[in-house]
Every structure is written in structure tokens, then in C-alpha cells.
Design a protein. Structure first.
Length: 334
């Protein structure tokens, strides 16, 4: 396997105020046994637009790698302070990643016409946003701007889709701030933005998801159907939010991908020193307590992780089938 990291932007191109030294980047997992052009998967972890979840990155990329794809994990812009609205920056990060990979397709042994994206939770919102708004995202690099940023398909796991009634409030707050305009809420309600040119989408979620209501995936599936966009939609009856691959490799721990927390680490240093941009005293105290940044302060009690159901084998064996179901689905049109 060939692995490497590649930054997405030149320093003068990337101006997000709360980056604190972070640069959005790609981590590659490429087959090097031959030079056959392969399908490509860009994995986009979730984390409420506040951080990135490591278990939704490398673990998923390696799953598709074992299926024969070349894979990348995107570490895009996020903000744990929720004080500098992200706006279109995460979507622009993904757009740049698509264009950059297509530019380097020959070198990476990738078929540029078979490029998929796979996002979870807020990362699913990043992916869905690019699927419906790819035509809006221009690139400051003229050569890259001439390359298509439209994915050939998208896989959305327990995605945030809407900024309306069934939204995940904190994701939208981190994305747009506490007082977004009606126009912004409409623009980032992806179910209202689907067109006939939206790429095919594979959606999956659990009915008992207690963070991102299952209605999010239903809303997007209905919008895709109305516009005649090919899609698949699986709703599994049991399982909590954030299940990633839902396989035993997830529950055994040690699933890698810690590089996804790079921007969080930079931000925590600024929070600890109380030098983060636009940080309110209330948010500063919340984060100091949450991440135990001041030994003198009593940490708040942590919520216990959900208990695993007591029966033999993987309690989410049905959910763990989604990667193979997605492979069968995209093989039909790629």
C-alpha cells in the first residue's frame, strides 16, 4: 500500500480565520501492486463541524481499499469553538480535493470518471452540499477550476441533510453561526437543492439515531426521487449514531485515523491559552471543562457510552452490511 498526505491549498489560498496553523489535507491509501486505474473513494468523517471523528476516516478508507478501490480521507475545516462560522469552506475543501485527485489521476492510478465520496453525519452534509452545489464552487487555481468537481456518486451515512425542522442544531450553528439568514438556511438544506444533475446517492441510517433524526435521510431520498436521480436508501432498525462501518473492527478499538484530530489539537492550544478567535467566556469555559484543560476546575460528569446489546457476535451485523451493499450499488453504474 502506498500512503501519503497532501495539503489541499497553498498558504495564500486558505484564509479561514480559526485554522490556527491547520491546513486541510488528504491522506491516501493507494494500491501499488500494479498501475491499473481504479475507482476512487474520498471518505469524509463527521463530527458536527466541530471536530472530525477518527473512526469515520481510516477505518472506512481501508474497507473500500480492501474492495479494490484507491481511497483518501479528507480532513476538512472545522471549528470546536463554534465562533467563526465555516460557511462554504468545508464544501470548498471537498471540491478542491475532487479536482486535485482528478488532476493527479494518472499518477495515483485512478479512473477520474469513477470518483465517489462517502460522508458521515456532518461529513455527509459536506458531501450532500457538494452534490447539489458543485456548480457554485469555483476554484482560485485556474487549472483546477477547469476540472470537474462533480462526484460520480455519493454514499451518505446517517447524514445531516436539512437546516429545517429535523436538523442537527449544533452542526448548523458551527456551519452558519447563531443567526443565519433565511437564504443560508435554505441553501444548506440540501433536500431543497436537489436537481436532475445531482449525482446518484446511497443513503443509510438507523431508525433509532438519537442525534441526527432519521427524517434527514428520508427527506433527501424523497427529493432525489422527485428529480429522477438514482438512489438507494437503507434504514436499519437498531443502532446509535456514529456507527461507521459497524463491524467488529470498530468495537475492538485501535481503528487509526488519529490525524483527523489535527485541527482540534491546534484549537485546544489556543483555548487553553485563551487566545482563540471570537471566543466567548461561556464557550471558553465549556471547552476547558469538556477537554480538562484546567486541572483546577472540576470536570463535568461524562455520559457513559451506550451499552452493547447482550447476544453473541456483532449486535449490528445488519448495519455492518452497508459497505458491501454500497459496493453492489455503485458497481451498477460505474
Amino acid at each position: 500500500m502506498k500512503t501519503f498526505r497532501q495539503d489541499l491549498w497553498k498558504p495564500e489560498e486558505y484564509t479561514y480565520e480559526a485554522a490556527y496553523g491547520f491546513m486541510p489535507n488528504l491522506h491516501a491509501y493507494l494500491h501499488d501492486e500494479d498501475d491499473t486505474p481504479r475507482k476512487c473513494m474520498i471518505v469524509v468523517p463527521g463530527g458536527g463541524y466541530c471536530m472530525l471523528a477518527p473512526h469515520e476516516g481510516e477505518l472506512v478508507a481501508l474497507t473500500y481499499y480492501r474492495m479494490g478501490l484507491n481511497a483518501f480521507v479528507l480532513t476538512y475545516t472545522n471549528d470546536i469553538t463554534m465562533c467563526v462560522p465555516l460557511k462554504k469552506q468545508p464544501m470548498s475543501d471537498l471540491s478542491r480535493a475532487v479536482r486535485l485527485i482528478r488532476k493527479n489521476a494518472a499518477e495515483c492510478h485512478i479512473d477520474p470518471a469513477k470518483l465517489l465520496i462517502c460522508g458521515f453525519s456532518a461529513g455527509g452534509h459536506v458531501c450532500a452540499s457538494l452534490c447539489v452545489h458543485f456548480g457554485d464552487v469555483s476554484d482560485p487555481d485556474a487549472e483546477l477550476n477547469a476540472i470537474s468537481n462533480r462526484p460520480d456518486g455519493a454514499i451518505l451515512g446517517y447524514p445531516v441533510i436539512t437546516a429545517g425542522k429535523y436538523t442537527h442544531v449544533y452542526s448548523i450553528q458551527a456551519l452558519l453561526g447563531k443567526e443565519p439568514s433565511a437564504e443560508e438556511l435554505e441553501y444548506f438544506s440540501c433536500e431543497t437543492q436537489v436537481t436532475e444533475n445531482t449525482p446518484p446517492c446511497f443513503l443509510w441510517q438507523t431508525a433509532e439515531d438519537n442525534l441526527v433524526p432519521v427524517e434527514n435521510s428520508y427527506l433527501f431520498a424523497m427529493a432525489l426521487r422527485e428529480k429522477g436521480v438514482p438512489f438507494a436508501h437503507y434504514v436499519f432498525p437498531f443502532g446509535w449514531h456514529g456507527l461507521s462501518t459497524a463491524g467488529m473492527d470498530l468495537f475492538s478499538g485501535g481503528h487509526g485515523g488519529e490525524y483527523a484530530t489535527e485541527q482540534l489539537g491546534f484549537a485546544l492550544e489556543r483555548i487553553k491559552n485563551n487566545t482563540a478567535v471570537n471566543m466567548t467566556p461561556e464557550r471558553h469555559k465549556e471547552l476547558v471543562l469538556q477537554f480538562h484543560l484546567d486541572p483546577a476546575l472540576e470536570p463535568e460528569p461524562q455520559q457513559a457510552p451506550p451499552e452493547m446489546p447482550h447476544f453473541n457476535g456483532n449486535p449490528f451485523a445488519d448495519v455492518s452490511m452497508w459497505p458491501e451493499l454500497s459496493r453492489i450499488w455503485f458497481e451498477r453504474f460505474l
